[in-house]
Design a protein around this ligand. Sequence first.
Ligand SMILES: NC(=O)c1ccc[n+]([C@@H]2O[C@H](COP(=O)([O-])OP(=O)(O)OC[C@H]3O[C@@H](n4cnc5c(N)ncnc54)[C@H](OP(=O)(O)O)[C@@H]3O)[C@@H](O)[C@H]2O)c1
Length: 285
Amino acid sequence: MNILNETLTLSNRVEIPKLGLGTWFIDDDKAADAVRQAISIGYRNIDTAQAYGNERGVGEGVRTSGIARDELFVSTKLAAEIKDYTEALAAIDGSLQKLGLDYIDLMLIHAPQPWNDFRGGDYSAGNLAAWQALEEAHQAGKIRAIGVSNFLQTDLENILQHGTIAPHANQILVHAGNTPSELIDYCQSKGIAVEAYSPIAHGEILENQDIARIAEKYGASVPQLCIRYTLQLGTVSLPKTSNPEHMRSNARVDFTISDEDMEALRALHDTDYGEQAAFPVYSGK
Ligand SMILES: NC(=O)c1ccc[n+]([C@@H]2O[C@H](COP(=O)([O-])OP(=O)(O)OC[C@H]3O[C@@H](n4cnc5c(N)ncnc54)[C@H](OP(=O)(O)O)[C@@H]3O)[C@@H](O)[C@H]2O)c1
């Protein structure tokens, strides 16, 4: 079966395509082309964020793709710095306006703390304020599903205990070399779908010889093995590429990694992100 046609069902019955296109680092003026290319190849799930500065281009790509809006799944993220109810409401409307869409399929709180204090102070009240805005926009029909990103178990517990709606998804760093098994299990036990971001470690994993050896066994490329790995963990996988050849090959993952190799990949530790290590999400916190 073609992975591009497979979906996972969120706890509110909304279906999310299992393979999506990440758009971080695709410039706004290139985003529409990349999104149209991906959709013409068969991608139906597109992931952006206010912080990527390309919602306008992503929305244009979606609107001009020639595919009906209700066949596409568009995610964006509330900026990590917004921890205030009124600001969050305004920012949600801002995303709808930039995207030029009547509704968003999934909107996530980008991180539990602002980026300049990632894994730092306590923003539990601010996260609840932002969450309340997402809940209201969801109830108003502006967002079909709501979730979080980079949330650890304690951050999730805050929302589960004090929110009205349980998060439908948590988008976290998952790749061969960095598998947060306990957090994945916790999310799945609470009915929170896990989305794997940076499934090919932002590109750094391409040099990993252990992974290359395993990929070879399956006649797969390293990106294909890495994407397949995240899918077999039960997560939605969000590889980024603006290259149509990579879009095509990243969707050719119709093979099964053996239990033994899944365990070998799960046990791997490789969190060297090279020049990108300065980003908070790769800080190892
Ligand atoms: N929620 C968060 O905090 C968060 C954080 C990070 C990422 N994300 C999301 O997850 C998405 C993916 O993460 P990411 O962009 O960090 O990294 P990634 O998908 O792990 O890796 C992207 C890199 O791999 C290259 N690549 C992709 N397919 C390839 C192929 N078949 N062969 C060779 N190279 C290939 C891309 O270059 P080319 O473009 O040249 O193919 C790019 O340099 C993001 O775009 C974003 O949507 C979310």
